[in-house]
Ligand binder design. Structure first.
Ligand code: NAD
Ligand code: TDX
Length: 336
C-alpha cells in the first residue's frame, strides 16, 4: 500500500510514521506536513533515510498542491492527522482552526474522491462529544453520543468529522473515523499539559494548573493510539466511527503531582491560574466497539506509561529544549 499520512511531523502523526515505517517495510509512507510551529522534522530523524518513507512539505488546504500530489503518487489510503490541535490557541485565534481542520479536511476528501483513494481515515478526538459531569462516573462517551462541542478547536474537529461521514453517505467515499482520548508519550509538544509540566518542573518554574485542577482527562499512550488506527485502517468497517481509549481517567492535579513526585520536585511549584474559558470537565471513552469488533487492547497502563514518558523527556532534553528556545517562547510569554 502507498499511504499518505498528513501531519506526520507532529506528535501523534510522527509516532504513527515511526510505527508504520518500521512495521510495514513493504508499504510506502508519504508524510505531508506544513511544518507549522507544531511540526518538527527532528521527530522524523530515526526514519528519514528509510526507503519506504518520504517527506513532502505542504498545506492540506492548498488545493493545487494536494491535487498534484494525489495525481502523482496515486495513494491507496490516507490517514489525516494534520490539524491545529491546541484548545488554548483556538480560543486566542479560531480562524486557522477552520482553515486547516475543516477546509483542509474537505480538500483531502475532494482529492480522495477524484483519485479513487480506497481508504480515508480521519483522526478525530473525544472532544467532539463535549464533556461529562464529575458526579456521574457511570457515564462514558460512545460512538452514538451526540456531538456537543465546547471550544473552537472541538467545533472544527466535529465539523471535519461530519464532512468525512457525509462524503461516505453522499459520494460513497470509503471512510472511517476514530475518536481518541488524550494521548501522552514521546515527541509531545511542550504546550500540552504533560510535557509542559515536565519541562517547567525540571527548570523549577511554576506549574500553571487551570481552575481547581479537578478536570478529568482519559489518558492513552500514543503507541496504543497508533495501533488502533492501524487496525481500523486495515479492518475497520467503512462508514464507521470507532472510539479509542484505555480507561485511564486522572484529574489534572493527579497528573501534575505524579510528575512532581517522579522528578523529586516540591508540590509548592503548583500555581492555580485562571481557568480555561469553556473548560471541559471530564472526558471518558467507552472503547467497547473497537475492542469487540477489531480486538484492540491497549499495551500500556498509565502508571508505567507516564514513568517511561518522563524518562523519555529526561533522555531527550535537546528535542524539547530546542522547541522552548524558539518561536514557542513568544506564545508562551503571552499565555502566562
Ligand atoms: P500536533 O499539533 O502535535 O501536530 C499537528 C501536525 O499537523 C504538525 O506537524 C503540523 O505542522 C501539521 N499541520 C498543521 N496544519 C497543517 C496544514 N494546514 N497542512 C499540513 N500540515 C499541517 O497534533 P497532535 O497532537 O499530534 O494531533 C494530531 C491529530 O490527532 C489532530 O487531528 C488532533 O485533532 C488529533 N487528536 C489529538 C489528540 C491528542 O491528545 N493530542 C487526541 C485525539 C485526537
Ligand atoms: O498549562 C496548562 N494547565 C492546565 O491545567 C495546560 C496546557 C492545560 N491544563 C489543563 C487543561 C486540560 O484540562 O490540562 C488538561 C489537558 O490540557 P491540554 O494538554 O491542553 O489538552 P486538552 O485540552 O485536554 O486537549 C488534548 O486532548 C484532546 C489535545 O490537545 C487535543 O488535540 C485532543 O483532541
Amino acid at each position: 500500500m502507498k499511504i499518505l499520512v498528513t501531519g506526520g511531523a507532529g506528535f501523534i502523526g510522527g509516532n504513527f510514521v515511526h510505527y508504520m515505517v518500521n512495521k510495514y517495510p513493504e508499504d510506502m509512507i508519504v508524510n505531508l506536513d506544513l511544518l507549522t510551529y507544531a511540526g518538527n522534522l527532528e521527530t522524523l530523524k530515526p526514519v528519514e533515510n528509510k526507503p519506504n518513507y518520504k517527506f513532502v512539505k505542504g498545506n492540506i488546504a492548498d488545493r493545487k498542491l494536494v491535487f498534484d500530489l494525489f495525481e502523482k503518487e496515486k495513494f491507496d489510503a490516507i490517514v489525516n492527522f494534520a490539524a491545529e490541535s491546541h484548545v488554548d490557541r483556538s480560543i486566542e485565534d479560531p480562524e486557522i482552526f477552520v482553515i486547516t481542520n475543516v477546509l483542509g479536511t474537505t480538500t483531502l476528501l475532494d482529492a480522495s474522491r477524484e483519485f479513487g483513494v480506497k481508504r480515508f481515515h480521519q483522526v478525530s478526538t473525544d472532544e467532539v462529544y463535549g464533556d461529562l459531569p464529575l458526579d456521574r462516573p457511570d457515564l462514558f462517551f460512545t460512538e452514538t453520543t451526540p456531538l456537543h462541542t465546547s471550544s473552537p478547536y472541538s467545533s472544527s474537529k466535529a465539523s471535519a468529522d461530519l464532512f468525512v461521514l457525509a462524503y461516505h453517505r453522499t459520494f460513497g467515499l470509503p471512510v472511517t473515523v476514530s475518536r481518541c482520548s488524550n494521548n501522552y508519550g514521546p515527541y509531545h509538544f511542550p504546550e500540552k499539559l504533560i510535557p509542559l509540566m515536565i519541562s517547567r518542573a525540571l527548570a523549577d518554574e511554576e506549574l500553571p494548573v487551570y481552575g481547581t485542577g479537578e478536570n478529568v482527562r482519559d489518558w492513552l499512550h500514543v503507541e496504543d493510539h497508533c495501533a488502533a488506527i492501524d487496525l481500523i485502517l486495515r479492518n475497520g468497517r467503512i462508514g464507521e466511527v470507532y472510539n479509542v481509549g484505555g480507561h485511564n481517567e486522572r484529574t489534572n492535579l493527579e497528573v501534575v503531582k505524579t510528575i512532581l513526585k517522579a522528578l523529586d520536585k516540591p508540590e509548592s511549584l503548583i500555581k492555580y491560574v485562571k481557568d480555561r474559558p469553556g473548560h471541559d470537565m471530564r472526558y471518558a471513552i467507552d472503547p467497547t466497539k473497537l475492542e469487540t469488533e477489531l480486538g484492540w487492547k491497549p499495551k500500556y497502563n498509565f502508571d508505567t506509561g507516564i514513568q517511561q514518558t518522563i524518562e523519555w523527556y529526561l533522555n531527550h532534553k535537546e528535542w524539547w529544549q530546542n522547541i522552548i528556545s524558539g518561536e514557542y517562547t513568544k506564545y508562551f510569554e503571552k499565555m502566562y
